[in-house]
Write a protein that binds this ligand. Structure first.
Ligand code: FEO
Length: 396
């Protein structure tokens, strides 16, 4: 049975959700699942915008056949060639052999790499500024390189003022009937997943996201149709403001993430002592995480969210405790910057993790590393007064 919803009278959402997949990209836990969005425009010509992941292909083809209702498929626009959206391209071509692929030369190159196909028939190459006319609907193509792959385009329909935004403005989370932002409580139920999706998957490419946001600024956008998660049809300023902050690495709120690694509970105790003293001092938004049982994607998301960060870790094999070292590598890879960071180190005979964590943080841009370092020798026996005072001054 079809599972289709109208965006406008002749534009349709024909996506589907996967609630079985445990790890998106085989890395990111998605306990709330994920949706793969695909769209159809019915005009003088019929247009399909992107396909879906193999996992939801059956629902996708049922939806597509229902919407086409016997019409042929004229165009398949490929805005993004990553397999979670491109897996069904070859199957679409088999089922609708007259379809013309509308995409960029870079996409065709990547398509050959994935599919091994050298079939250039029925391909219409587009570049920035080109327009595909389906009748009254005209799709204007805008290049969005490295958001987050090199071939990405977004397409703006000047008829409905809808922006088909590829992965931009997407989020983890399966859609269940409701597909529009005004049908859900996004801020309460979806924002954390949207932030985790953006920061971990697109976070590295803030400059490129800024470039696209500047181009989008010149368009009268009334609807944003991403490849994952809800469609935005009102209150667009809300999500644009989040993207502005995330892509410029500015915190959304004042607050402190205390991320600790602890082998026997002593560094955990130090983190909790710090949190208690900060709470007593009136600091809001204190978030304490054990890096050993919190997925790194959650930590990255929270670090993007808040203004301050404290890293607390033992020294291990003369280095940084490995899970904390991994977090630091991920922070660097994802271009984390503009944060104020405190350090707590532990070591029974040679506490050097603090010095090494500082060196890693200094490889990142615009990080303010506090001098009020806390050194723990096995267990905390002194108040971390200096660090508490400094953080309280900043945050209260
Ligand atoms: Fe949702 Fe970059 O693929």
């Amino acid at each position: 049975m079809h599972c289709v919803r109208n965006l406008t009278e002749d534009t349709y959402w024909i996506g589907a959700s996967d609630r079985r997949l445990a790890l998106f990209e085989n890395i990111f836990p998605i306990p709330r699942g994920v949706s793969y969005n695909s769209y159809v425009i019915l005009d003088e010509k019929t247009v399909l915008l992107d396909t879906v992941d193999t996992a939801v292909s059956k629902q996708f083809f049922e939806n597509l056949a229902y919407v086409l209702d016997g019409r042929n498929l004229d165009y398949l626009v490929i805005n993004h060639m990553e397999p979670d959206h491109a897996s069904m391209i070859e199957e679409v071509r088999l089922r609708y052999p007259d379809v013309t692929l509308v995409t960029t030369s870079k996409t065709v190159q990547i398509m050959k790499q994935f599919f091994g196909s050298a079939d250039n028939d029925h391909v219409m190459l587009m570049k920035e500024g080109d327009v595909l006319s389906a009748g009254k609907h005209e799709l204007h193509f805008v290049a969005a390189p490295m958001v987050h792959w090199p071939e990405v385009t977004v397409a703006y329909d000047s008829c409905t003022k809808a922006l088909f935004s590829a992965d931009a403005f997407g989020t983890f989370g399966a859609l269940g009937g409701y597909i529009f932002n005004d049908e859900i409580d996004f801020d309460r139920d979806w924002l954390d997943d949207a932030r985790r999706y953006y920061t971990n998957i697109v976070g590295k490419y803030g400059v490129q996201v800024q470039n696209v946001l500047k181009k989008a600024d010149g368009l009268d956008i009334q609807m944003i149709c991403p490849l994952h998660g809800p469609v935005w049809r009102n209150n667009l300023g809300y999500i644009l403001d989040k993207y502005q902050k995330w892509s410029t690495y500015e915190p959304e709120e004042k607050g402190v993430v205390i991320a600790y690694a602890s082998m026997y509970g002593n560094t955990a105790n130090a983190a909790d002592v710090l949190a208690c003293r900060l709470a007593e001092a009136g600091v809001k938004n204190i978030r304490v995480y054990d890096v050993s049982n919190t997925h790194v994607s959650v930590l990255i998301s929270e670090i993007f969210h808040y203004s301050h960060l404290v890293l607390a870790a033992p020294t291990y094999n003369s280095g940084i405790y490995p899970i904390m070292a991994n977090l630091l590598e991920d922070m660097k890879a994802l271009n984390v910057q503009n944060r104020t960071v405190g350090i707590m180190e532990n070591g029974t005979w040679a506490a050097t993790s603090g010095k090494q964590m500082r060196a890693k943080l200094e490889e990142m841009k615009n990080m303010t590393i506090l001098d009020e370092k806390v050194t723990i020798k096995s267990a905390l026996w002194e108040e971390p007064s200096g660090l508490v005072k400094r953080l309280a001054e900043d945050l209260c």
